[in-house]
Design a protein around this ligand. Structure first.
Ligand SMILES: [Zn+2]
Ligand SMILES: [Zn+2]
Length: 298
């Protein structure tokens, strides 16, 4: 029995667009926009690289409305200070993250400092952001959702495990940028010292491919249609392995992944008109480590 995921025309659907400029321990930056809102989530590359990435996307860096920082680790804050000073961005982060990153990012005007509380909602012009706590070895790390009233995007990377509260926030997101950090076997047999292996695999570390797949299978029951696997480890993962592991788990749960069927094939697979209507594909992709992911839209 093939489970169903609601069908949306991606090419002509909504207006929220998103992409990643880079993803992983060398630097993270995600860009989300709607008609009137332009949000950068994390600036873990140099200011110059982020400016270039935005320009390559056709986005004027001076038109960003807000920079949201998920936590103070260098791969998420490297360019925060430079960009905040150059463009006067309002920077949104929890109190813990501000404490953790203040020294690293240097001087930022008081008027640019926006402290957000977990489970708080922030309304940008036509995009609502909701933040939620994540288990990770940082001061007060967060994940996020963006909602434009029609669709919801969830972002969760740097996550030791997925709490019930996180699951509730992410359930019902049409699109997800979701961590698939390492292959457990590669991590355990790989070059990291034992203490680092323990840290990565811990409940305050990062999600393995398998853990990501198990959680995503549950989230897909809530209507997720697009998944971008993110924050892949360079040493303990391969994009093809992450993709394969998650895809296999989703398929085992009955989801059809990245597979466009012809009408004839659908006819073979589905016995009733009702089931035919419900059939659709789930899009699964990898956020590249150094390059921009093609635009996604919901
Ligand atoms: Zn990170
Ligand atoms: Zn981190």
């Amino acid at each position: 029995m093939v489970k169903t995921i609601l069908l949306t025309c991606i090419a002509c659907g909504g207006t929220m667009r998103y992409t990643t400029l880079a993803s992983g321990s060398s630097g993270n930056a995600t860009y989300v926009e709607n008609k009137a809102s332009r949000i950068l989530v994390d600036a873990g590359l140099s200011g110059k690289k982020i400016e270039k990435g935005l320009c390559d996307l056709g986005v004027d860096p001076s038109e960003i409305d807000a920079l949201v920082v998920t936590h103070e680790h260098t791969d998420h804050v490297r360019g925060v200070g430079v960009l905040a000073r150059r463009y006067g961005y309002k920077v949104y982060a929890t109190e813990g993250t501000w404490k953790g990153m203040k020294k690293v990012i240097g001087k930022v005007e008081e008027s640019q400092i926006c402290t957000v509380k977990v489970d708080e909602k922030v309304a940008f012009q036509d995009l609502d952001m909701e933040i939620f706590p994540t288990p990770h070895d940082a001061c007060e790390p967060i994940g996020l959702t963006f909602d434009d009233g029609k669709s919801r995007l969830g972002i969760a990377t740097d996550v030791g495990y997925v709490t019930r509260a996180m699951g509730r926030k992410l359930l019902g997101c049409e699109a997800l940028i979701f961590e698939s950090n390492h292959d457990r076997k590669m991590l355990m047999e790989g070059p990291y010292p034992a203490s680092l292996k323990r840290r990565v695999a811990s409940k305050e570390g990062h999600l393995s491919n398998e853990e990501a797949g198990q959680v995503l299978a549950k989230l897909c029951d809530g209507g997720t249609k697009q998944i971008m696997l993110a924050h892949l480890s360079a040493e303990n993962n391969h994009p093809a392995l992450a993709l394969d592991t998650v895809k296999t788990i989703l398929q085992q749960q009955g989801y059809s992944v990245n597979k466009a069927r012809s009408q004839a094939e659908q006819g073979c697979l589905f016995s009733s008109e009702e089931e035919k209507e419900k059939e659709s594909d789930l899009r699964l992709s990898i956020a590249p480590r150094y390059e921009i992911h093609p635009w996604e839209e919901i």
